[in-house]
Design a protein around this ligand. Structure first.
Ligand code: ADP
Ligand code: MG
Length: 381
């Protein structure tokens, strides 16, 4: 009998729920953080992409809920809607059989329906900061039973745009509560800012120099910007790919590229933050169900999204910085699987890529460079 979740302080009932969903052995981050969380400590949990940070938090949170109290006892904030839904699914799969009610609020979905559900009684709430702030500005929305406040993808959330909303939400919780930050990356200035939110926090850091899994490989395709589209088409046609996520830096570029690629390559679709919410969900579902093979997208999909079958990440445009690269690449090589992150680098992007290469642990064992040569035109008749 394997009782390792139990060794961490998890009770029998939750342990058997975990077994039933295939979580028999805790991952390293789960092993390190679960005892601290159960003790009520503040914490920064840092571990590579795809290492089980969601359950590291969700499992103890479910156990900490007092099921007799019909109020929100844990609040989790995530940077994107898709991630909020995914987080809810993880919490629900553990919490529902245990009698813990979880719910999610995010933009692009009817606010009155969300409010009705909230009034119904929710123990664990997952939210995007913008929507939660909207709700709290306009309505009575008590958070005084919240015992644990969680910020997922903490470094992203501490950036401009989110920080004001998060500050506002936090100020509505003046009572003593536990605060947990999770991410694969935590650049020093952001960490300093994060510290303000935490009291005598434990810092569990399992990334060392790396925020990326060991079984992730990297490839640079050097290609002129003129040939990029053709190179991508050929790459998608020739390479042995189970599924791929292709990243562009803007919505416009992603959409334009998708339209062109679709003409030649079947099973392609695009996803970005400008689409209607139901479309976003539908496309992600089709991708997860493997009805779509290639998804062309923006960094809305770079953070946290858990997908199982992705063999290739393609950086069609080099990302703005190394953190984004790490998170994009982190959509493959999850939980011990193999994966490769391929970057199409034009001469104008070389410098930026070299910068990323330096800080994201690419070396002779995990990195290769190829030069794209356009396939020869067919001779004219
Ligand atoms: P991270 O947030 O670190 O990127 P996730 O929380 O999204 O990683 O988890 C990655 C995958 O691992 C998910 O598909 C999840 O279901 C699975 N997983 C998490 N914990 C365990 C476990 N203890 N045993 C088996 N699979 C797990
Ligand atoms: Mg995560």
């Amino acid at each position: 009998m394997n009782d390792s979740f139990k060794k961490l302080g998890i009770n029998d009932e939750i342990d058997s729920i975990l077994k039933s969903i295939g979580y028999v052995t805790p991952t390293p981050i789960q092993e390190k953080t679960i005892p601290f969380i159960l003790e009520g400590k503040d914490l920064i949990g840092q571990a590579e992409t795809g290492s089980g940070k969601t359950a590291a938090c969700a499992v103890p949170l479910v156990q900490l809920v007092d099921r007799k109290v019909n109020d929100i006892q844990a609040l989790i904030l995530t940077p994107t809607r898709e991630l909020a839904i995914q987080y809810l699914n993880e919490v629900s799969s553990i919490g529902k059989p245990y009698g813990v009610k979880a719910f999610v609020v995010y933009g692009g979905f009817d606010i009155d329906i969300q409010m009705a559900k909230l009034r119904d009684g929710v123990h664990i709430l997952v939210a995007t900061p913008g929507r939660l702030t909207d709700i709290m500005y306009n309505r009575q929305f008590p958070l005084d039973s919240v015992k644990t406040f969680v910020i997922d993808e903490a470094d992203e959330m501490m950036k401009m745009g989110f920080i004001e909303d998060i500050d506002f939400i936090r100020k509505c919780m003046i009572h003593r509560h536990q605060t947990l930050f999770f991410s694969a990356t935590m650049p020093p200035p952001i960490k300093k800012l994060a510290r303000k939110y935490l009291k005598e926090a434990e810092h569990v850091k399992l990334t060392g120099r790396r925020a990326q899994p060991e079984n992730l490989n990297h490839c640079m395709v050097s290609v002129s910007s003129r040939d990029k589209e053709k190179a991508l088409r050929e790459f998608l046609a020739q390479e042995d790919i189970s599924q791929a996520i292709i990243f562009c830096n803007t919505r416009r570029r992603a959409e334009q590229l998708a339209k062109k690629i679709k003409e030649f390559v079947g099973g392609t679709d695009f996803l970005h933050g400008g689409l209607k919410q139901h479309q976003r969900e539908k496309i992600l579902r089709s991708f997860r169900n493997r009805k779509i093979k290639f998804i062309i997208t923006t960094d809305v999909m770079a953070r946290g999204i858990d997908v199982q079958n992705v063999s290739h990440i393609i950086n069609y445009e080099v990302s703005q910085n190394a953190e984004i690269y790490i998170h994009r690449s982190g959509r493959t090589a999850r939980m011990g699987e193999e994966g490769v992150s391929v970057s199409f680098v034009s001469s104008g992007e070389k410098e930026k890529f070299e910068e990323i290469k330096k800080v994201s642990d690419m070396n002779k064992d995990n990195f290769k460079k190829i030069k794209y040569r356009p396939s020869r035109k067919k001779p004219r008749l």
